[in-house]
Ligand binder design. Structure first.
Ligand code: ADP
Length: 447
């Protein structure tokens, strides 16, 4: 097992990893920018190293500084959290060259899944269902038209190097296609320095359903069920639940087994999430994230398995602590991502949190690095905490969530808590009746 883990992240996820390491008796090193000198992850870690000025590119994305911090403190492993360097294959390679373990999958798996065309091709080869579309990149209009005619309109043009919902264009007819293709290519070239695009069927009312998987890197893999993350704003997840209100046990086993078998065949190591669009009973692969997800706690709530413990075990060579037959899905869990933003306009609202009080009681978990008097710096994303609620079924979970939201106090800044107070009382949400466009439409109609 590792002696000392350096956590190359900040905020709630840095605390999340620190807690897991401490439970396993492993020392922790926090790294931080000058803006985060007073942050909770720095206070709670055994050691800390300042790695640069506030902008992420000079600190949390600065590979040299992070490797130097490992050398200074003698850390033998790095946990990257999510975002920042978590899906950077070069970072994984550099750590390996310094004999430091990257707590994540193999660099070549990160590379494959970071290239959407390659990822889709790999998924298909491994028996994972994909969205019908072009086989690889499309450069000319004639080919795009031919494929679109075969799969039928509407179609979506997507950037191979895309991410964060950028570089996508929908074409509803052949007349739209020329412009959509040209725009998608030039946007992709400008945003990602790579103008490769591909064409696929555009699904009108899908849900976003993703499968959590853990591999031991040695040909074994398990799935931990799915999460429904259909409630999104600008392709950013807002509310996530496990299980999905749209799936039955047979669907869950079918897609989970497909994903676990595929990851076993790949000898995938550590935590991964395979994301699907789900429509009319069919799953369509869209991408795989080769890291821990923000919404992983809902899976932990219903399985009772600590995903960060498992990541650390696998990376250290101890293997997975569970087999598929040990994994049971118990009750229902919902996570609300609470952002420091105006709940109507979603403009960021950094500043000092004058008072912070979190809800408690049975089935409540709050993952946050905020405390009363904490000053939220303006340099990073606006997530300030996650409220995760577990109940023996979805109805109980919603009752408990409504109660917990009522206890949550964040004074001094604006937060998205009022949005969740609305959602928890909405009939469509109560019925689990929503797709990936529901929240945008709700906000346009009501705000
Ligand atoms: P990114 O990596 O940029 O987040 P994804 O491939 O995960 O890109 O797609 C982001 C979102 O775009 C999806 O969650 C979905 O809302 C929409 N999307 C992607 N592909 C399709 C498709 N074929 N049909 C309909 N919507 C899609």
């Amino acid at each position: 097992m590792f002696q000392k883990i350096l956590i190359a992240n900040r905020g709630e996820i840095a605390l999340r990893v620190l807690r897991a390491a401490r439970e396993l008796g492993i020392q922790t090193v926090a790294v931080h920018s000058t803006a985060d000198a007073e942050a909770m992850h720095v206070r709670l870690a055994d050691e800390s190293v300042c790695i640069g000025p506030p902008p992420s590119r000079d600190s949390y994305l600065n590979i040299h500084q992070i490797v130097a911090a490992c050398e200074i403190t003698g850390a033998d492993a790095v946990h990257p959290g999510y975002g920042f360097l978590s899906e950077n294959a070069k970072f994984a390679d550099i750590l390996a060259a310094h004999n430091i373990t990257f707590i994540g999958p193999r660099a070549d798996h990160i590379r494959i899944m970071g290239d959407k065309i390659e990822a889709k091709r790999t998924a298909q080869r491994l028996g994972i269902p994909v969205v019908p579309g072009s086989d690889g990149a499309v450069t000319d209009e004639a080919t795009a038209k031919k494929i679109a005619a075969e799969i039928g309109y509407p179609v979506i043009i997507k950037a191979s190097a895309g991410g964060g919902g950028r570089g996508m264009k929908v074409a509803r007819s052949e007349a739209d296609l020329e412009i959509a293709l040209a725009t998608a290519r030039s946007e992709a070239g400008a945003a990602f320095g790579d103008d490769a695009v591909y064409v696929e069927k555009y699904l009108e009312k899908p849900r976003h359903i993703e499968v959590q998987v853990m591999g031991d890197g040695d040909g074994r893999a398990v799935h931990l069920g799915e999460r429904d993350c259909s409630l999104q704003r600008r392709h950013q997840k807002v509310w996530e639940e496990a299980n999905s209100p749209a799936l039955n046990a047979a669907d869950r086993t079918r897609i989970g087994t497909t994903v676990a078998n595929a990851m076993a065949e790949l000898s995938y190591a550590g935590a991964g999430t395979v994301e699907f669009l789900y429509e009319n009973g069919e799953f369509y692969f869209i991408e795989m994230n080769t890291r821990l997800q923000v919404e992983h706690p809902v899976t932990e709530a219903i399985t009772g398995i600590d995903l960060v413990h498992e990541q650390i075990r696998v990376a250290s060579g101890s293997g997975l602590s569970v087999e598929q037959k040990d994994i049971k899905f118990n009750g229902h869990a919902i996570e609300c991502r609470i952002n420091a933003e105006d709940p109507k306009t979603f403009t960021p609202s950094p500043g000092t949190v004058s008072h912070f009080h979190t809800p408690g009681g049975l089935g409540i978990r709050v993952d946050s690095a905020v405390f009363s008097g904490y000053r939220i710096p303006p340099f990073y994303d606006s997530l300030i905490g996650k409220l995760i609620v577990h109940g023996s079924n979805r109805v109980e979970c919603m009752m408990r969530l409504r109660r917990a939201l009522g206890e949550f106090v964040v004074d001094g800044i604006k937060t998205t808590l009022p949005l969740f107070q609305e959602l928890v009382n909405n009939t469509d949400i109560a019925n689990g009746d929503y797709d990936i466009h529901w929240l945008e439409k709700y906000l346009a109609d009501s705000h």
